[in-house]
Design a protein around this ligand. Structure first.
Ligand SMILES: Nc1ncnc2c1ncn2[C@@H]1O[C@H](COP(=O)(O)OP(=O)(O)OP(=O)(O)O)[C@@H](O)[C@H]1O
Length: 284
């Protein structure tokens, strides 16, 4: 099995007005071809920042250190901008929570997908048009010829996310990072988008990293899970082991806070359990 991404001891510190702030503190994991890894944790736990660090998309106020950031065995921590552009967007691509905000409102979605193909492939204009149509069909956009001529605001949120997925897979990436890809969408559409991502992953053998705060999404999609809390990695486990036999106090708290474990009419929160588990851990 080919190793796609290997991260060891990744740390990200932001220079802020209040002094240095460590948003990611010693994260480690490997993702192989065909793997689906979920990175889970509540808001602010450093999930997005760790992946943006890998993509080289953080602002200059961020200092990134790591013992290893390798893509297919190649160190990508110190790439030139030119080399990075060859990999990012082509071999590693990312989709975000707000699909409409991720698209440029001034251009049709067809133009934007053409630009992606023009930048990263050698396809000529006619081949690009054919590929764009093929991709829109693949991601299930109805009436694709007409939709290619639409501006983002003329499409629904779900359709925009399908466009983003089409763009993200347009150059056959080895790794797709999906950052809360369904959070901004209606519940009925969420399931369709998740199914689409899983379907594409199964057809292409790419590795998929799913960033989420939703344990339901983890259970439905992931093979392996990394749990993060306040920038630190709490646990890494196979999905079944994580649900059946969580090792870490915070993971136990996350699982205990699932809605189906609610008693009465109040939903449990992680903080309801975190203290109990922290005490349990300390006493062991
Ligand atoms: N440019 C920045 N400068 C300073 N702090 C930042 C910056 N970007 C993110 N942070 C901080 O880093 C921490 C981790 O943010 P991150 O977006 O990775 O969280 P997350 O786990 O992905 O949560 P969410 O689901 O809310 O995005 C947060 O406390 C956030 O405020």
């Amino acid at each position: 099995m080919t190793n796609v991404l290997h991260i060891e001891n990744l740390t990200v510190t932001f220079d802020t007005a209040d002094g240095p702030f460590k948003a990611v503190d010693g994260v480690n994991f490997k993702v192989d071809q065909n793997d689906i890894l979920a990175i889970v944790g509540e808001s602010g736990s450093g999930k997005s920042v760790s992946m943006l660090a890998v993509m080289g998309l953080l602002p200059k106020t961020a200092t990134i250190t790591a013992d290893k950031i390798e893509f297919e065995g190649r160190d990508i921590s110190n790439l030139s901008d030119r080399d990075r552009r060859h990999i990012i967007g082509k071999d590693i691509s990312m989709i975000f929570q707000e699909p409409i905000a991720s698209l440029n409102p001034c251009f049709t979605v067809g133009f934007q997908i053409h630009e992606m193909l023009r930048t990263h492939t050698k396809l000529n204009k006619k081949e690009r048009a054919a590929r764009a149509l093929e991709l829109f069909n693949l991601v299930g956009i109805p009436d694709p010829e007409k939709k290619l001529k639409s501006f983002p605001h003329q499409l629904s949120g779900g359709q925009c996310q399908r466009v983003m997925i089409a763009m993200a897979i347009s150059c056959d990436p080895k790794l797709l990072i999906a950052d809360e890809p369904t959070t901004a969408l209606d519940v009925t559409i969420q399931k369709q988008i998740l199914d689409l991502l899983l379907d594409i992953q199964a057809k292409t053998n790419m590795a998929l990293i799913m960033i989420t705060h939703d344990m339901g999404v983890v259970a439905e999609t992931a093979h392996r899970v990394v749990v993060q809390y306040k920038g630190q990695q709490m646990e890494e486990a196979n999905v079944l082991d994580l649900f059946e036999n969580p090792q870490n106090a915070y993971t136990k708290a996350l699982l205990s806070a699932l809605p189906e474990r609610a008693e009465g009419d109040r939903l449990p929160t992680v903080s309801d359990f975190a203290e109990t588990f922290a005490k349990e851990e300390a006493s062991q």
